[in-house]
Design a protein around this ligand. Structure first.
Ligand code: BES
Ligand code: ZN
Ligand code: ZN
Length: 477
């Protein structure tokens, strides 16, 4: 779908006009005329009351139809974005025109573009029946093309991450994802290096190799570099890239395994964010490390009790092969530190415990200090993504000490699993400034609502782009 601007006197023939309605059918700015012209009986019959989540299409004299979007009590960034997401899927004409962006709140243009571009997303690569949504273009009355373009860079990157994650593991082996990332990153002017199995052996990434040992599909490491001339700060990103998590010999149950093609969401998110940062030309250097492997159960699979040596940092006794994300991240963190970034951020669908703690719509953030966590939380809030801080509570560190190695990969307790996983990772960053984003909950939307479309979410992309923006203002985070 194409998103552009339109003049105030735009021709509405054959278009759907999208306008906002507040609770109790009070017109939002720009909806007065359309609402006054609407048949009150029809509104009542349809039980349309301007509640958030409601949409209603009625015929209109100037346009083919008018689509009323319920915004609830107050027109704010979230209600406009979510309302536009619902509306865009309801448009039955090829052309849609809206003035929702003219509602006087900060970021209204962005809310409309994000809602539309994210809400219209569909993953149809494997559908042989049915049709794509009819809407082909959306025009924002009185907006600015350049600012629309800026927003679209980030929504496109979010949708790119969604495509990668939605693709079945059958068609998304480590080498496939590495090549997909290569193609997109190179097109954005980002440098790309891909390490194959032999190189990974040569570089002694023992933890990644331990996870990869059970799969016939060889691992990869992707290294992305965005190096603008006027970079203020250097951001190091690491993303968990498990292309399928069976659990390994500590096999998952069938129900828990169903969604495990999502387990490369962190990899998709950091890669797509790097691409967006480069496309936006933000003055921040970025180095991104993406370790990619299946976690499978072949004859050479790592056994509980085996001990692995990551590229640097503590040795690891693997007591549960399903706690594999932290293993490949140990190597990823070791690699990114060689590039001496000012701030390291890893993104991972790391623990079911994070999902238990915060549910399906909120991601967990841990920071090496409270300032780092606050910086990420502020970026997330500007991006309109939901994150919550969990503590790196050092007392729990004892629970991951191993009898035989330096660390073990599980704590032995069901409780506080997101925290012990984060503490494990903290052992591989020393005193560096570092944040860990556990997106196990919101990596997937479970239903379609507003700008959220059932399936892979791309959560994290927009927060990382906002974080890069913040770092470009503050050279020393
Ligand atoms: N990939 C999973 C975490 C996960 C769970 C992501 C649910 C998305 C939804 C991870 O590798 C895992 O299996 N973690 C274990 C750790 C445990 C063995 C300590 C878990 O959370 O159960
Ligand atoms: Zn696992
Ligand atoms: Zn996993």
């Amino acid at each position: 779908m194409e998103i552009t601007t339109a003049p105030a006197e735009v021709d509405l023939t054959d278009a759907t006009l999208v306008v906002g309605v507040l609770a109790d059918n009070q017109p939002a700015p720009g909806a007065e005329e359309a609402l006054a012209g609407a048949d009150a009986g029809l509104l009542e019959l349809a039980k349309f009351e301007g509640k958030s989540g409601q949409v209603l299409t009625l015929p209109h004299d100037r346009a083919k139809s008018v689509l009323f979007v319920g915004l609830g009590e107050e027109a704010g960034f979230e209600s406009i974005r979510s309302g536009m997401g619902n509306a865009i899927r309801m448009v039955k004409t090829g052309r849609a025109v809206t003035n929702l962006n003219q509602i006087p709140i900060e970021g209204a243009d962005r809310a409309v573009v994000e809602g539309a571009a994210l809400g219209v997303y569909q993953f149809r690569a494997y559908k042989t029946e049915g049709e794509a949504l009819p809407v082909e273009s959306l025009e924002l009355i009185g907006a600015d093309d350049a600012s629309i373009g800026q927003v679209l860079v980030t929504t496109d990157a979010t949708n790119l991450a969604r495509d990668w994650v939605n693709t079945p593991a059958l068609d998304m082996a480590p080498e496939t994802l590495a090549e997909r990332i290569r193609t997109e990153a190179e097109a954005a002017g980002v440098s790309v290096e891909v390490w194959d199995h032999d190189r990974i052996v040569e570089e002694k990434l023992g933890a990644l190799l331990g996870v990869a040992a059970g799969s016939d599909r060889p691992p990869r490491v992707v290294i992305l570099g965005y190096h603008p001339e006027a970079a203020g700060a250097h951001l190091g990103l690491v993303g968990k890239g498990i292309t399928f998590d069976s659990g390994g010999l500590s096999l998952k149950t069938a129900a828990l395994m169903e969604e495990m093609k999502d387990d490369m969401s962190g990899a998709a998110v950091v890669s797509a964010a790097t691409i967006a940062i480069a496309r936006l030309g933000l003055p921040v250097r970025v180095t991104t490390i993406v370790p990619l492997t299946d976690n499978a159960v072949g004859g050479r699979a790592t056994r509980p009790g085996d001990i692995l040596r990551p590229v640097s940092g503590p040795t690891i006794e693997v007591l549960n092969t399903d706690a594999e994300g932290r293993l490949i991240l140990a190597d990823g963190l070791g690699l990114v530190r060689r590039h001496e970034p000012d701030l390291i951020v890893d993104v991972a669908t790391l623990t079911g415990a994070a999902r238990v703690a915060l549910g399906d719509k909120i991601a967990a953030v841990f920071g090496s200090d409270s300032e780092v966590a606050a910086t990420v939380l502020e970026a997330a809030s500007r991006a309109g993504e939901h994150f919550w801080e969990l503590p790196l509570f050092r007392d729990y560190k004892k629970s991951i000490e191993s009898d035989l190695a330096d660390l073990k990969n599980i704590s032995g307790s069901r409780y506080g699993g997101a925290i012990t996983a984060a503490l494990f990772l903290s052992s591989y960053v020393d005193d560096d400034k570092w944040a860990h984003l556990d997106i196990a909950g919101p990596a997937r939307w479970r239903e379609t609502a507003g700008e959220q479309v059932k399936g892979a979410s791309g959560v994290g992309v927009r927060t990382l782009v906002e974080l890069a923006r913040a770092l470009s203002d503050q050279p020393n985070p």
